[in-house]
Design a protein around this ligand. Structure first.
Ligand code: HH2
Length: 273
């Protein structure tokens, strides 16, 4: 592990259609109960999302997304201490959520989602996650193509970080994310996971999100149900920690925190041995 265990971001989807937990936390009481459980389990951050971005997901309007996320962000701010990030590609939703108490903008489009995204990120001034995606969620898994996925993703994310800084986002506010499963086949995801150190070497904190994703099913075809992908999700989180990622985005917080702690203890003992 580069320097200690990564932070853990718990996923809080307030959507009817997310791929692994759609509909479970769509009403505010259920969302708050889940948020409390995630924090009690050790989540350092909560990532609130109001639009599913799973393959084939259909976009929602800004009004619908705001109505889903704002009451939850406000309630979290009032009732819990954990910082909240807002998972949205819409600059208007990011601005409103930050005003309501969120502290980070998690943007799966890396500030390409709208013409004003870059300027909005600079104006908001909060940390922003720039994630790589090839195409759009509705069609991104139809025909992903790369000559060299690792080189292309690193170059693209580096360029997006430059664009954000040129627009006025401070360097220390920028996070990068390889976007596991976003317009990528298994071979592309594996190329990125195998050399996460190359992304870390760009000099920005890296967020890694592979929890319950289909990448695990491609390796273990029996894991058809996302709930059956915990083992693979933990393996990827542990691998990310050893490669130096700064935060992992997961659904199963308790299990991930425990796995990271055990790995950290073993690595610390090895250093003493
Ligand atoms: N993955 C998902 C959503 N947002 N954000 C970042 N930065 N990185 C990711 O890997 C990432 C993300 C997809 O997972 P989930 O939120 O569980 O599903 P859905 O998009 O169906 O709501």
């Amino acid at each position: 592990m580069a320097s200690g265990a990564p932070l853990v971001m718990g996923v809080l989807n307030v959507t009817p259609d997310s791929f692994s937990d759609g509909g479970r936390f769509a009403d505010i009481e259920a969302a708050l109960a889940q948020a409390r459980a995630l924090v009690a389990a050790g989540a350092d951050w909560l990532d609130v999302g109001g639009e599913s971005t799973r393959p084939q997901a259909q976009p929602v309007t800004e009004e619908v997304e705001l109505a889903r996320v704002l009451p939850v962000v406000r309630a979290l701010r009032e009732q819990l201490d954990a910082p909240v990030s807002i998972d949205t590609r819409k600059p208007g939703v990011a601005r409103a959520a930050i005003a309501a108490g969120a502290s980070m903008w998690n943007d799966i489009t890396a500030l390409t989602g709208a013409p004003e995204s870059l300027q909005m990120a600079a104006k908001i001034g909060a940390p922003v996650v720039l994630m790589h995606m090839q195409g759009e969620p509705a069609t991104m898994q139809d025909a992903p193509h790369y000559e060299d996925a690792l080189a292309e993703v690193c170059a693209w994310l580096g360029a997006r970080a430059e664009a954000a800084m040129a627009a006025g986002v401070p360097k220390e506010a920028i996070w990068l994310d390889p976007g596991i499963g976003f317009g990528k086949r298994l071979e592309h995801n594996l190329a990125l996971l195998a050399r996460l150190d190359r992304l870390v070497a760009l000099g920005f904190p890296v967020l890694l999100g592979a929890s319950r994703k289909r990448t695990v099913q491609y390796i273990d075809p029996t894991a058809v149900d996302p709930m059956d992908r915990l083992g693979g999700s933990l393996a990827i989180a542990l691998h990310g920690a050893r490669a130096g990622v700064a935060m992992v985005r997961v659904h199963d917080v308790r299990e991930t925190v425990q796995a990271l702690k055990v790995q950290a203890a073993i690595l610390a003992a090895r250093r003493l041995a």
